[in-house]
Design a protein around this ligand. Structure first.
Ligand SMILES: *Cc1c(COP(=O)(O)O)cnc(C)c1O
Length: 387
């Protein structure tokens, strides 16, 4: 990326990074290069692309755009967030040890446990809000530390600068899942993190019509290995999905501002509601890590959780009474969703683990969309009357 491009603002990069007019016909929107293979110019004269698993122009546009938005140098687009994670895990070999934050997206937890156990790679799940516990878990063969912040559904934060400072002393690679905030509100590479991971399914695409993943780094040696495994494993995203994600990215800044505004207003409203026991939102002063939120995030996105007074019965009554909020898993789309972690997204966690981390029967997670705030508040108000 040239120097002038680095000086452009986020909103401008979202629309222009990686996306010049198409060299063939000058198409202003990046074309969908729906092709598996590319003609050679002559014997022993390949063009810039030869086969779409190894590289594709639509995918390259998205990959360059993702790299620019995260302030990275190299971007990779994957078929899903899980495919991105599986590709990153291939960097590790038997005998290696990884430290993983103990409060992680359920699918990531399942992938790490199953893949690493099969390969004979040791992993410790550690509460990385406790920096002494992190230091104590580091062994001679520890290669990487894997975090997610804010966490799902409890909205706990990890201090990225502190984690990467300790990791650097011990030569560990730092990996941060930045799905919940997108680079618009948090740029982990700026805090010394080595690798940023995304489920682009969520805010980056933002329209609930694609599953996709992304990885971004500044480190050329890591980028070479990630690119090698992306090509070797065939975990890359297809051109149609890359086109849709690129289209979504163009409005990322506008959407994130709207998600943030709506969600924070709803969080304040819930905090004052007599039928709500607790609101877990890092933008509230009542959040125990509010100071850290102000330091490392420039906004909070649209997803957070709250506890209703009572238990499962009261939670179910609210979930059944909402009309605009759709009862569904996933998050980060323009439409508002509501879900019950205890019986939905986090049901695969053993009951005692759920209870010990604070995922209880009265906990509700919402992904606040970009509808008009008053309509969303009216819907919650009428739903609470049924509780
Ligand atoms: C959804 C999600 C993933 C997995 O991504 P998929 O696109 O569903 O494969 C990983 N991490 C986080 C934080 C997520 O929310």
């Amino acid at each position: 990326m040239s120097k002038t491009k680095q000086q452009l603002h986020f909103e401008t990069l979202a629309i222009h990074a990686g996306q010049g007019p198409d060299p063939a016909y000058g198409a202003v929107m990046t074309p969908i290069y729906q092709t598996s293979t590319f003609a050679f110019k002559g014997v022993n004269q390949p063009g810039p692309f030869d086969y779409s698993r190894s590289g594709n122009p639509t995918r390259k546009a998205l990959e360059d755009c993702l790299a620019a938005l995260e302030g990275g140098a190299y971007g990779f687009a994957f078929a899903t967030g899980q495919a991105a994670e599986a590709t990153l895990l291939s960097l590790y070999a038997p005998g290696d040890h990884l430290i993983v934050h103990d409060d992680l997206y359920g699918g990531s937890y399942r992938l790490i446990v199953s893949q690493l156990q099969e390969k004979g790679i040791a992993v410790d799940f550690v509460n990385l809000r406790d920096l002494d516990a992190f230091t104590a878990a580091i062994r001679l063969n520890t290669r990487a530390v894997w975090v997610e912040t804010p966490t799902n559904p409890l909205m706990n934060l990890i201090d990225l600068a502190a984690i990467s400072a300790i990791a650097k002393v011990h030569g560990l690679t730092t990996i941060c899942d930045n799905t919940f905030l997108s680079p618009y509100f948090q740029r982990p590479l700026d805090f010394g993190i080595d690798v940023v991971l995304h489920s682009t399914t969520k805010y980056i695409n933002g329209h609930s019509d694609v599953v996709g993943g992304g990885v971004i780094t500044r480190d050329p040696a890591l980028a070479e290995r990630i690119g090698f495994y992306q090509n070797t494993m065939g975990t890359c995203a297809g051109p149609q999905d890359c086109f849709l994600v690129l289209r979504g990215i163009k409005t990322l800044a506008l959407r994130m501002e709207a998600h943030h505004r709506n969600a924070l207003a709803i969080a304040h409203w819930l905090e004052a509601h007599p039928k709500v026991a607790q609101v877990l939102h890092p933008g509230l002063e009542s959040h125990p890590q509010h100071e850290l939120a102000r330091r490392q995030m420039s906004g909070c996105g649209g997803t957070f959780s709250f506890r209703v007074n009572g238990g499962q019965e009261e939670a179910f009554r609210l979930l059944s009474a909402v009309k605009l909020f759709t009862l569904a898993e996933s998050l980060g789309g323009v439409e508002s969703l509501i879900e019950h972690p205890w019986t939905m997204t986090h049901v695969s966690m053993p009951e005692e683990v759920r209870r010990s981390v604070g995922i209880t029967e009265n906990l509700i997670r919402i992904s606040v969309g970009i509808e008009h705030q008053d309509d969303l508040l009216d819907d919650l108000a009428q739903a609470f009357q049924q509780v």
